[in-house]
Design a protein around this ligand. Structure first.
Ligand code: FAD
Length: 478
């Protein structure tokens, strides 16, 4: 006999656990099924984000940033750091502790909201039945009126660089190095490659990033990506664009990587190699062929704008569906679906998904780039504020970067905000709120910002759209 629920969620990553908690808050009898277990076989919730994604990477980014600042910037401020040393084991223990606290926290939240948690691998059968296989190969079934699939994603492997999980690793392996490699190769200069490359570079590794695409960060604003490339190169990251990796060999001396670039075939030998070429939806064996749910040729579950699949009563959210593979996008989808099941009509505004790259300086943006607007033949105006002109940035010795506001030429409505600089992961929220509320650049200009803050940079960039920024020189109007 199947256990019967009103809502069954597959996956306890950010998309799934948000959906389950909101469904339970709305009074629906809810179960959340996840197969993630630790080395001792204990169930661990939180998915990629908490275990091997957002949180552990940010723990290592923050620690390595503090170390690098102490090493190269503190003396300028009069802070002497003789005897500074790094304890990689302690750094990793700190990261693991945060992960443990947060994953236990998710288990606690599910429990306190009355969500039943089942550990095992779920497959969707016809008739909205989930077959769940546990670690001992025991099979049980769960039936639900509404099923939310949130199986997430996993790193893409490439045949040219088969992982051995020691010398050639994916992002998960790169979060767990127990020593700092002297030399490190990273295949892929996207978000994950840049973040992980930065961590180990700051701790002393000589890092080479091999990126097949000839353009650096092609989806970011051009001015921002140009500034980022300049700053990252200055930090010592060796970023080689248009470098297509064709093979690798594990040797005693390290990993020998072969790649093709404009000058022909090149070889590079590194102590360790991270493959960070993207992620794929984790949908293999998830859905029986007669379940009525269509999966596209990239493995993404087909959904409409409110995350309904092709089978009535089955929804899919998070990394396993179209759109950004970002935790917050999945969280919002999870909550939206739970609320729609309970009779509400919310929608996710995909126009205001914030993007962040947690390098130093950080890169963040929301909305359209100048290139996208030009391609769509939308007339726009731009205001840019360099952080070098910000008093607060100077006071904190963090003057690299800029904030750009793009507004519609006719209506002045903010269409995009792009930034590179310290704390941009936090600053971008102000731009998201402005765009969510349909603000114009003038609205932002008329808003009072605390002084001295980095946020004033957004204020000034908005004022610059109409040539009214106070702290940058505009050509005098007659
Ligand atoms: P996941 O978090 O992948 O969770 C899916 C869950 O489903 C897993 O727990 C899995 O065990 C379970 N599951 C899968 N199939 C089954 C099945 N058949 N039966 C039972 N359970 C199943 N995003 C950000 O927004 N900000 C960041 O800073 C950021 N940093 C990242 C850094 C790294 C190194 C990586 C790898 C990713 C990062 N991401 C970041 C991406 C983010 O982790 C994902 O977008 C997010 O985790 C997706 O959430 P999800 O719930 O869709 O899937």
């Amino acid at each position: 006999m199947s256990k019967q629920f009103e809502v069954a969620v597959v996956g306890a990553g950010p998309a799934g656990y948000h959906a389950a908690i909101r469904a339970a808050q709305l009074g629906l009898k809810t179960v959340c099924i996840d197969r993630w277990v630790d080395a001792s076989g204990q169930a661990v919730l939180g998915g990629t984000c908490l275990n091997v994604g957002c949180i552990p990477s940010k723990a290592l980014l923050d620690t390595s940033h503090k170390f690098s600042q102490a090493q190269s910037e503190f003396e300028d401020l009069g802070i002497m750091t003789q005897g500074l040393a790094l304890d990689v084991a302690q750094m990793q223990r700190h990261k693991d502790l945060i992960v443990q606290n947060l994953t236990k926290g998710v288990a606690g939240l599910l429990k306190s909201n009355g969500v039943e948690v089942v550990t095992g691998t779920a497959t969707l059968q016809a008739g909205k039945i989930l077959q769940v296989t546990d670690a001992a190969d025991q099979v049980s079934t769960v039936a639900a009126e509404h099923i939310i699939l949130a199986p997430g994603s996993s790193p893409v492997d490439i045949p040219a660089c088969a992982r051995d999980d020691k010398m050639i690793v994916d992002s998960t392996g790169a979060l767990a190095f127990d020593t700092v490699p002297k030399t490190l190769g990273v295949i892929g200069a996207g978000v994950i490659g840049l973040e992980l490359g930065s961590v180990w570079s700051r701790l002393g590794a000589k890092v080479v990033l091999l990126e097949a695409v000839p353009t650096f960060l092609p989806t970011a604003d051009k001015q921002v990506s140009k500034e980022a490339l300049k700053l990252f190169k200055k930090q010592g990251l060796d970023i080689r664009l248009g470098a297509k990796v064709t093979g690798s060999k594990i040797k005693k001396s390290g990993v020998e990587v072969t790649y093709e670039d404009g000058d022909g075939t090149q070889k590079l030998t590194v102590d360790r190699l991270i493959v960070a070429v993207g992620r794929q939806a984790e949908t293999k064996d998830l859905i029986a062929s007669d379940a009525g749910v269509v999966v596209d040729d990239r493995g993404l579950i087909e959904v409409n704008e409110v995350c309904e699949t092709t089978c009535v009563g089955v929804y899919a959210v998070g990394d396993a569906v179209r759109g950004a593979m970002l935790a917050h996008k999945g969280m919002e989808e999870g909550v939206m679906v739970a609320e729609r099941i309970a009779g509400g009509k919310p929608q996710v505004n995909y126009e205001t998904v914030p993007w962040v790259i947690y390098t130093h300086p950080e890169i963040a943006w929301v909305g359209a780039t100048e290139a996208e607007l030009s391609a769509a033949e939308t007339a726009f105006k731009v205001g840019v504020f360099p952080l070098a002109a910000s008093g607060r940035a100077m006071a904190s010795n963090e003057t690299a970067g800029l904030i750009k506001v793009i507004a519609d030429a006719a209506t002045d409505r903010v269409l995009g905000v792009h930034m590179i600089g310290a704390h941009c992961s936090e600053l971008i929220a102000e731009a998201v709120i402005a765009m969510e509320f349909g603000a114009s650049a003038e609205d932002l200009g008329l808003t009072m910002f605390a002084h001295p803050t980095l946020s004033e940079g957004l204020h000034e960039a908005a004022l610059a759209v109409s040539g009214h920024a106070i702290h940058i020189a505009h050509r005098k109007r007659r």
